[in-house]
Structure formats: C-alpha cells, structure tokens
Design a protein around this ligand. Structure first.
Ligand code: GLN
Length: 493
C-alpha cells in the first residue's frame, strides 16, 4: 500500500468532488465509504500513523445523507460531500475536543466553532478529529497525551506539529482538506514536513470562535490541502467576519480561486517577489537552499521580478515569541482548574484539588510554558520581559510593513530549516523551538503565509514559504498556484 498516494475518489480534487456530488455523479455516501476505508488502511493497528483521535462515522453518514437531500433542493454547496478532518482544539458537537491533553479527557463542547458551522453550511462532512501536540504547544506532535503521530513518508519520523494529525490526514490521502491551528507555525511546519499545502491567513480573516485559546494575539485557524486549490477552497469556505469573534475583521472575502490561472505564459507578470536574506543564512541546509533557488527561478520564468530584501529583526522572533506566547498561555490555561474545565483530581482542600488537577492533567511542555509565562508576567519582570517583547514584536511587524511598502508583493523563504526529523531525536525544548524560526514572524506580524511542496531531500518533502501583506491572500495563492503548476511532479521529487 502506498502511504501517500491514494487512488479512486480520494485522488480527485475537493472542487471536482463537490462538483461531482452537486451534479449527481458522485454519491456522498460512497465518497465517505472510501474515506473510512482509507482511514482503516493507514491509521489503525500497530504501524498505523495515529493521525486521528476521534471519528464519527455515524454522524458523517447522516451528514452525507443530508447533503444528498440538499443537492435535490439545488442548495449551492462549494464543499458538497467533501470529508474534512479537524484538529482536536477546534470545538465540534458530538465529537470530543481534547486538545491532545489528558486534562480534557473526553470533553465534548456544548457549542461548535464558527469555522465548523461554515464548513457544514458549505456541505463538508466533518469526518474526525486529529492528533496534536498538547494545547498546540510543540513542533512534532510528540507532546500529545495520546501518543505521537507518524510521518507517512517515513514512519520513523515526526510529521511536524502541532497540527501533525491534520497534516498527515491529508498527506496520507484520507481527506483532501483539513483544519489546523497556528500560533507560531503549526500549520506551515507540518505541511512542509508532510509534503502538503498549509495556509495561515491574516489575523482576523477566520473567526477564532471555538478554537481553544493558546496565545490569543497569535492564534489562527489555518487550512491544509492536498493542493493549493484544495486549500484555497477550504479557506474560502471558512473566512469572513463573525459577530462571535471581536477580532475578526469585516472585509469582503475574495474568491481566492478566481485569480488562479496559468493561461498566459507569464501569469506572474508585474508581481515582485522578495527573498529576505535573513531567511537564507549561511548555515541553511544546502539542499533546501537549492530547492528555494529553483522555485525562485521558476517564479521569474513565469514573469515575476525577484529582489533580495532584508527583514533585519528576524533573529529576534523566537525569543519574542517565547515570551509573548507563554505569557498569554499562562492566562488562557488558567480555566483548566478542575472547576470550570478539566478532569478534577483530589478530594482534599481547594488548593490540593487545583494542584493535583493541573499537575496530573497537563504534560511537561504545557507546565513549562505556564511557568515561563507566569514568570514573565510577574511583578518586577513584566517590564523587563513582557513589555520589551511587545516592543520588539512591533519592530518585527514594521520590517514587513517597510518591505511591502517598497513595492514587494510576496516574500519567498524556506518554511523550515530542516526536513522531518526522527521521532525522539529532539529532546532539548529550545532546539524544538528553533523549528519555527522561519514561521513565527508571520504570527507576530499577523500577515498571511503559506507553505507548499517544492521538492525533496533524501526522499523527504521540503516546503517553500510564501508571505504576503495583510489580506493579500488572493495574490499569495495566485503565486502558489502558478508555482505548483510549473513544478508539477518536481514538487514531489
Ligand atoms: N511550535 C510552536 C510552539 O510550540 C508553535 C505552535 C503553534 O503554532 N501552535 O509554540
């Protein structure tokens, strides 16, 4: 069995599947049956990839039947019958939402995330919830309380994280589209490691209502797709202002797929693409550099102008991220106390109950972040660490503003400094944090960014990252689509 190349309906694009369902050529229940069969093939048993935490086959069957009924009523559904996997920190009815943590156990949310409601409205079938680093803290999915997810390209390696399960669900061909979340790179980094497309939209483009908060000013819901088109279709379906998220922004959602055409010979004429020198340090893996150079040459041949640019505060992004993110996390995770949320432990005093609930419920990385966050927010350290980090965050964001104001439209960088590493290989938390060195900047600045496959090194996928100015997703996707088309099979070779 090929772990990364499905056949039958699972090899068909999400848009074509939805079209097939809409015109009556594809029965959504048959599509679901193939999805379930593929799930059993790649997921179950020893040697399974452990990408999913919960499945709702009955609920999915009912939803498929409802889609058929809506088709008969000519109800337009851009994702008619398309199965979608969802990271387990996005609230769903029926299915548990555990955030990969023991503390939430089998918690089922009483309400659903806006992104999920929008997917259902678009005709998608919510197929299952995917494995993740506990509370989205990590870069390998090894921090899940439910065991690590494995990379379908080499099951001795990590899939990346924290949205590793969603990346693998797409890479192994179970679904064409999956939702993940991003605080510092958790969609783009696993997309790169697994050879799929991953998008983090502009902060505020997709409602965070129903996304369990990690670091609210950095959190985003993001989308995985097998191809740029799949991911664009998924994003289109969930984007838009939401009265339930005050940080969502009231701007019309552009039809992201409309501009994706390679009809002309120079589809990227007039687009200026910057290569930031800070993302190509001398220490960068030579093979990853070569693949990025090849991508830049292709973009140039498609009509884009390539320019070297500088984002001078890039090297401060990891230190700033690891002050801001834990600070916000220490506050957001206070609600898991055995009273409001979380499986209660201990029958003694209130204090003993809090202590046991939190120390037994949270894993080591989550505890580390809470300690770090509480420290940087405490009296006497707030100004030295937290306030300072916020000031430097402004400088990082200003670097992007300056570059985009100088006439550069899109930036091209590697997504990650390495390919997928072996399970258990990175034991020092600080080394793990460095996985996000090229991705955390976009979360700090709130700009859209994405990863797409640009080739392989020793058989393992390499991701190229594109970044754009706030709300310029459409142009970023146009560039990605043209590059994907021009690379063809090379992207996976
Ligand atoms: N790896 C980063 C962290 O551990 C980012 C995680 C994320 O984007 N959710 O915090």
């Amino acid at each position: 069995m090929n772990r990364t190349l499905p056949d039958g309906l699972l090899a068909v694009s999400a848009a074509a599947l939805a079209h097939g369902v809409t015109v009556g050529d594809i029965d959504p229940r048959a599509l679901l049956a193939e999805t379930v069969a593929r799930f059993h093939e790649v997921h179950a048993g020893t040697g399974g990839l452990n990408a999913f935490l919960h499945l709702d086959v009955d609920g999915a069957r009912n939803a498929a039947t409802m889609v058929s009924a809506r088709v008969l009523r000519d109800d337009p559904m851009p994702l008619a019958g398309v199965p979608v996997a969802v990271k387990d920190n996005i609230a769903t009815l029926r299915l548990p939402t555990t955030c990969g943590s023991r503390i939430l156990g089998d918690y089922v949310s009483p309400y659903e995330a806006t992104a999920i409601a929008r997917l259902r409205e678009a005709g998608a079938i919510i197929f299952g919830k995917t494995n993740m680093d506990e509370f989205a803290m990590g870069s390998s999915t090894e921090n899940s309380a439910f065991g690590p997810t494995k990379n379908p390209h080499d099951d001795a390696r990590v899939p990346g994280g924290s949205s590793g399960g969603s990346a693998v669900a797409v890479a192994a061909g179970v679904v064409r589209i999956a939702l993940g979340s991003e605080t510092g790179g958790s969609v783009r980094q696993p997309a790169a490691f697994c050879g799929v497309v991953g998008i983090k939209p502009t902060y505020g483009r997709v409602s965070r209502h129903g996304l369990v908060a990690f670091a609210s000013s950095l959190d985003h819901i993001g989308v995985f797709g097998r191809t740029v088109d799949d991911a664009a279709l998924g994003l289109e379906s969930i984007a838009g202002v939401d009265p339930l998220d005050a940080t969502s922004i009231d701007r019309p959602v552009v039809g992201y797929r409309d501009g994706m055409s390679v009809e002309s010979e120079q589809p990227l004429a007039g687009i200026v693409i910057g290569k930031p020198v800070e993302y190509f340090p001398d220490s960068l893996d030579r093979n990853i550099r070569t693949l990025c150079d090849r991508a830049a040459n292709i973009l140039q041949s498609l009509g884009a102008e390539i320019r070297d640019v500088s984002l001078p505060h890039t090297d401060l992004s990891i230190p700033v991220y690891y002050v801001v993110a834990p600070a916000e996390a220490s506050s957001n995770l206070a609600r898991f106390d055995g009273v409001r949320f979380g499986a209660r432990k201990g029958e003694g005093s209130l204090r003993e109950m809090y202590e046991r609930t939190r120390s037994e419920g949270f894993g080591a990385e989550v505890i580390r972040r809470i300690l770090l966050g509480t420290y940087v927010l405490s009296a006497g350290y707030y100004d030295a660490y937290y306030r300072r980090a916020q000031a430097v965050r402004e400088l990082i964001a200003a670097d992007f503003t300056t570059v985009f104001a100088s006439g550069v439209h899109i930036l091209l960088t590697p997504t990650t400094p390495t390919t997928a590493f072996p399970l258990g290989a990175v034991s020092d938390p600080y080394d793990m944090y460095l996985s996000d060195i090229f991705t955390a900047t976009a979360n700090l600045a709130g700009i859209p960014a994405m990863s797409l496959p640009i080739g392989r090194v020793n058989g393992l996928p390499v991701g190229g990252q594109l970044l754009a100015a706030h709300f310029d997703e459409a142009r970023m996707l146009r560039v990605a689509y043209a590059l994907e088309r021009a690379l063809g099979d090379e992207a996976h070779r």
